[in-house]
Ligand binder design. Structure first.
Ligand code: GLC
Length: 799
């Protein structure tokens, strides 16, 4: 415990006695005798905001992260007090604020402490910049665990670590290296089987210390701005994550093709090379939906231009690629080359859209094109202008997606790799320095890009990918984890990063499969693709410095493994699309770390490797060379080995044998997994049946399948199809009830049931209680049962 004398020695100040309070519709203001005001706002019964000022008044309330459409409203709010504290009670939690020193604590309704201030709010005045370094410390309980914070390249459980949030271009980052590209100041605490969340919405450089400096204390602080944080009550992690995601916003559905496989390299050029690569995918029958053009497609790295030597007729090329099922995605960076003959530069200069230094000159820095100026994306007028620049690329040329890079922002050849801190920003009418705008810069660029691409792609859906992101960026863009390395350690990192991003509200993320820097062995590439197909965004990318990284850069076996796993991803597209839909509707993370899946089971608290893909598929990558199996933990439930169909009971650790062309993959008993036929790209085939892998279970299990037109916005008008299956297994009977919703008519007319683990031989079939003929021989030949699409109850009755 730090004493007050120590604090004063450090220059920290802390609030004093509450002298009065005021209460309006949803907020309570507590005033102290040293100008500190605490504003407590109840947003929902389980979501409370705490905002502090030391000035005696609050500045304009503005946040880029909070989604204006987040759910609000509560059932119950009551304020009371006794001698020592004030109490605010909702239908989920009670919050106490000490009269003596403003320290606060939150309890569940049974009186269990969920979160408790240690010193609570304190601060240090910043004489250099003005304002305060704002700090918060919480008492941490024995056994408490911590998760979240975006893209951190370290163990999933953050206990014992200190982490920093400052968007940074971290080429070839290492395990535990800090800080990285993304800034998600949101964490989940788990203690005594209860989860809660903290979102510290402050865009200055922030730090989190999870019991590293002091064993029983968790703290977080920022180099400026306000102590402004949201407390989210679970008690299940699902409630914490979905509430956070609702607060910071959910994306729209991406077009289905973006969930296919993407191929990228720095760089594919000229046109003939792009054509060779795409043709090879078709020749080898490895499905692929997107091909990327990195910076070399441009004329001297000038954004929104083309190198006409390499790409003489981009529109024709993009159209030809599209005919073959390839969507073209191009990179666009923030640095605009200083060149008075370059239209984009000239216009931005004329309109005064570039960021300026404190004393007036434009911010100048080197990136790929050489000396550049940088648009101030925190100015709404600049965002609008930027959005308009996409007209030619999207409407005329037919590009389908835009890749925003270097938007931390990255600057070359300077020690801090970014803008000097005195650079000025508009911050949507709240002018500030780069200290405050740095972490949000990339997100505002992605936001402007998203609006542009959406405008010109309409009525189709846009696709954006960004490297830098702050909380809320998921509303506009997918992301990737930046410049990783072709190493086994990075495969381990990628696995954890994607789970962490998923529970940090930014699920549509992937790693550069195979590694960006250096060259993977065939084995490493194969193991990476085997994991990468289970990541929401699935793209191979490499720097090209050390050789090629297309599947055929490796031997036949690796080509075979790539095809096998990419095929599996394409078969699972309806499953993947359904999990995406659950993410956009309810904020449910697409990848679920084991601790998310079952927080009550302490065995899951420190697991890093296994995760649940969607709701019913358990994935465990192979992360070492020469491994023909591994130990893994099976969470609660029963799990079918995907490759052998043998059933494994959950709740224990076990060794699992695998081949080089397999990874441990399990399906939850009772699941009904929808599958499409393998296609070389989304929309290649029309098919008249939907395969359903039905995994028998004694008991009940629910599965859903969401489908729509795969692009466009009709789904928002009810033109979607939602199938809800309820499976009920008995010793000699399997009942499948089907409920349908939505106005979208799928093309297929039947279901092809693949029955797995049935403990009885089928004697007869009933559809909606009418007996229907059962062709025993045909069934026994291939184990498939074809059923008409229109059924409400299907019964398989045993002998
Ligand atoms: C950055 C990106 C990388 C890209 C390269 C060239 O390093 O992270 O993905 O290929 O720039 O544009």
């Amino acid at each position: 415990m730090i004493t007050n004398t120590e604090l004063q020695y450090r220059g920290d100040l802390y609030p004093s006695r509450i002298v009065s309070y005021k209460h309006d519709v949803d907020s309570v203001f507590f005033y102290t005798d040293n100008n500190v005001i605490l504003k407590v706002t109840v947003i929902r019964d389980s979501l409370i905001r705490f905002r502090f000022t030391t000035k005696g008044y609050f500045s304009n309330d503005f946040s880029y992260a909070i989604d204006k459409n987040h759910s609000q409203g509560y059932n119950f709010l009551e304020v009371s007090d006794n001698e020592t504290y004030y109490q605010i009670k909702t239908s989920k939690v009670q919050c106490r604020i000490q009269k003596l020193d403003l320290r606060l604590s939150v309890f569940d309704l049974d009186g269990n402490v969920i979160l408790e201030d240690e010193l609570g709010f304190h601060w240090e005045e910043s004489y250099e910049y003005g304002g305060n370094i704002v700090k918060m410390s919480k008492a941490s309980k024995e056994g408490e665990c911590f998760y979240g914070l975006g893209d951190k390249a370290t163990q999933l459980n953050l206990k014992g670590k200190r982490l920093e949030n400052f968007a940074t271009d971290q080429y070839a980052f290492q395990k535990d290296q800090e800080p990285l590209y993304k800034v998600v100041p949101f964490y989940i605490g788990l203690q005594n089987k209860q989860s809660y969340g903290i979102f510290f919405d402050n865009t200055f450089r922030t730090f989190f210390d999870f019991c590293q400096e002091r064993r029983n204390v968790t703290s977080f602080w920022a180099e400026g701005g306000e102590m402004n944080y949201y407390f989210i009550y679970g008690p299940q992690m699902q409630e914490v994550v979905t509430t956070y995601t609702d607060l910071t916003g959910k994306p729209e559905l991406p077009p289905l093709w973006t969930l296919g496989y993407h191929q990228c390299k720095w760089s594919y050029y000229p046109e003939s090379n792009v054509k060779e690569i795409t043709a090879k995918f078709r020749e080898l029958k490895i499905p692929c939906d997107a091909i990327y053009l990195d910076i070399d497609y441009m004329d001297g790295f000038r954004c929104f231009t083309w190198n006409k030597d390499y790409f003489p007729d981009p529109k024709r090329m993009v159209a030809e690629l599209a005919e073959n099922g390839f969507k073209t995605v191009v990179i666009i960076d923030p640095g605009i080359k200083i060149d008075k003959n370059y239209a984009v530069y000239k216009e931005a200069l004329e309109k005064d859209y570039f960021c300026k230094r404190a004393d007036g000159p434009y911010m100048k820095g080197k990136v790929w094109p050489g000396e550049c100026n940088f648009p101030d994306y925190t100015n709404p007028e600049v965002r609008e202008w930027w959005a308009g620049l996409f007209k030619e690329l999207i409407s005329d040329i037919g590009v389908k997606g835009v890749w925003n890079d270097m938007n931390e922002p990255a600057v070359m050849e300077v020690p801090n790799k970014t803008f000097p801190m005195d650079v000025r920003h508009d911050y949507d009418g709240n002018p500030c320095s780069h200290r405050k705008a740095h972490n949000i810069y990339g997100t505002q660029m992605a936001r402007a890009t998203y609006h542009g691409v959406k405008r010109f792609a309409y009525p189709k859906r846009p696709f954006i990918i960004t490297r830098s992101a702050y909380s809320g960026a998921q509303r506009y863009s997918s992301s990737w984890t930046g410049d990783n390395v072709a190493s086994w350690e990075h495969l381990w990192i990628a696995n954890i990063q994607m789970q962490r991003m998923s529970i940090s509200g930014m699920g549509f993320t992937g790693s550069d499969i195979g590694g960006f820097a250096e060259q993977p062995s065939g084995e490493l590439y194969a193991r990476w693709i085997q994991l990468g197909v289970f990541h929401p965004f699935c793209r191979t990318h490499s720097s090209g410095d050390h050789g090629n990284q297309e599947p055929w850069a490796f031997d036949e076996e690796v080509i075979h493994i790539t095809r096998k796993f990419v095929n599996l991803r394409y078969q699972l597209l309806p499953y993947l699309y359904t999990m995406f839909w659950q993410y956009i509707e309810e904020g449910i993370p697409m990848l679920k770390p084991l601790v998310y899946f079952d927080q009550e089971d302490a065995q899951t608290h420190y697991r890093n490797d296994e995760f649940v893909f969607g709701n019913q598929i358990l994935v465990c990558p192979i992360l070492e060379p020469n491994a023909l199996g591994r130990r893994m933990y099976f969470p609660k439930g029963e799990w079918y080995n995907y490759w052998t169909n043998t059933l494994v009971p959950g709740g224990k650790e076990m060794w699992v044998d695998t081949q080089f062309d397999e990874i441990p993959l399990f399906v939850k008993a009772g699941a009904i997994i929808p599958k499409y036929p393998v296609q070389q790209y989304v929309g290649e085939l029309e098919f008249d049946e939907l395969t359903l892998d039905v995994y028998y279970k004694e008991g009940k299990e629910k599965s859903v399948v969401y489908e729509d037109a795969q692009d466009g916005y009709d789904y928002k008008k009810g033109r979607y199809s939602l199938l809800s299956f309820q499976l009920t297994g008995k010793s000699n009977k399997l009942i499948i009830q089907l409920h349908k919703e939505g106005k979208f008519e799928t093309n297929y007319s039947k279901y092809k049931l693949n029955l797995i683990g049935l403990p009885f031989k089928i004697k007869s079939l009933k559809i909606d209680s009418e007996k229907v003929p059962f062709d025993k021989e045909a069934f026994e030949a291939d184990n498939y049962l074809v059923v008409d699409k229109e059924f409400a109850v299907l019964q398989l009755i045993g002998e």
